[in-house]
Design a protein around this ligand. Structure first.
Ligand code: CA
Ligand code: CA
Ligand code: CA
Length: 215
């Protein structure tokens, strides 16, 4: 779950362990590791900067009830907001460009995006994408706002909905590929056999120089 948890501008190594819900993070600024238990085994990690202080916040999405639960990095207060229905895919991003991550879900059955804008508190919904697509939100045009986007495995086409209204369809990839996007939250949360949260690497944080035996 890479992110900038200490806010020094460098991405920190981080993993979330579904078996015990613990987040293990190494701060790039100090090299020190720390952990916090936050989440249950079936949750989906959705780290982001929800309070806009420049540091990544620990957060998870609970598919069973569509709730988001996080810890603000600025004061370590916890929060819980219902946003989404069972079956939705969490697609957090800064859709309104205010520097705070917005809660958002993509509904595979309808291709609808439901975004809870952090600036106004207003929600917006947009249909973009089809059943079978993979949501791949990101800031594709560099205007500071996260853009709605989907990748279509059947054709390898990317569709990006850039504001105010431009459409593109670019073929890049094959059906068995996995799309890779910055932050990769949407990618990781993709429902499917390849990303069923079975990675669970065994990390040893018992020394200053942890080793990473994978598997
Ligand atoms: Ca933060
Ligand atoms: Ca925002
Ligand atoms: Ca953008």
């Amino acid at each position: 779950m890479p992110g900038d948890y200490d806010g020094d501008g460098k991405t920190d190594l981080a993993v979330w362990r579904p078996s015990d819900g613990k987040w293990w993070i190494i701060n790039s600024s100090t090299g020190q590791s720390w952990n916090v238990a936050w989440g249950w085994s079936n949750d989906i990690p959705v780290p982001g900067d929800y309070d806009g202080d420049g540091k990544t916040d620990i957060a998870l999405y609970r598919p069973a009830d569509g709730s988001w639960k996080g810890l603000y990095s600025s004061n370590w207060n916890w929060w819980s907001i219902a946003w989404g229905n069972p079956g939705d895919v969490p697609v957090p991003g800064d859709y309104d460009g205010d520097g705070k991550t917005d809660l958002a879900v993509w509904r595979p059955s309808s291709g609808m995006w439901y975004v809870n804008n952090s600036t106004t508190g207003q929600s917006s919904s947009t249909q973009y994408g089809l059943q079978g697509d993979v949501p791949v939100p990101g800031d594709y045009n560099g205007d500071g706002l996260t853009d709605l986007a989907v990748w279509r495995p059947s054709t390898g086409n990317w569709y990006v909905y850039t504001t105010p209204q431009a459409w593109s369809g670019i073929q890049w990839g094959f059906p068995t590929d996995v799309p890779v996007v910055k932050g990769s939250a949407a990618n990781v949360s993709r429902p499917g056999p390849r990303l069923a949260h079975k990675f669970a690497p065994h990390l040893h944080f018992d020394s200053a120089a942890p080793n990473f035996p994978m598997g």
